[in-house]
Design a protein around this ligand. Structure first.
Ligand SMILES: [Zn+2]
Ligand SMILES: [Zn+2]
Length: 58
């Protein structure tokens, strides 16, 4: 899948604005999903859950 879509925060579902600070990294467990978190969620240390394998991380 290579469709172009606006990234959204995996925790709160907020649309990520490219100019805004955010973190983006592949799932450390399966690597098949890119985890994106907005600055707010990162700051609060909210956990993320991979929608593919269900892996939960800090
Ligand atoms: Zn968020
Ligand atoms: Zn995963």
């Amino acid at each position: 899948m290579s469709e172009l879509k606006v990234p959204t925060c995996i925790w709160c579902g907020k649309t990520i604005i490219p100019t805004e600070y955010f973190v983006k990294f592949p799932c450390p467990n399966c690597g098949g999903v890119t985890i994106t978190r907005c600055e707010r969620c990162r700051k609060f240390g909210r956990p993320y859950k991979c929608p593919k394998c269900g892996f939960v991380g800090p």
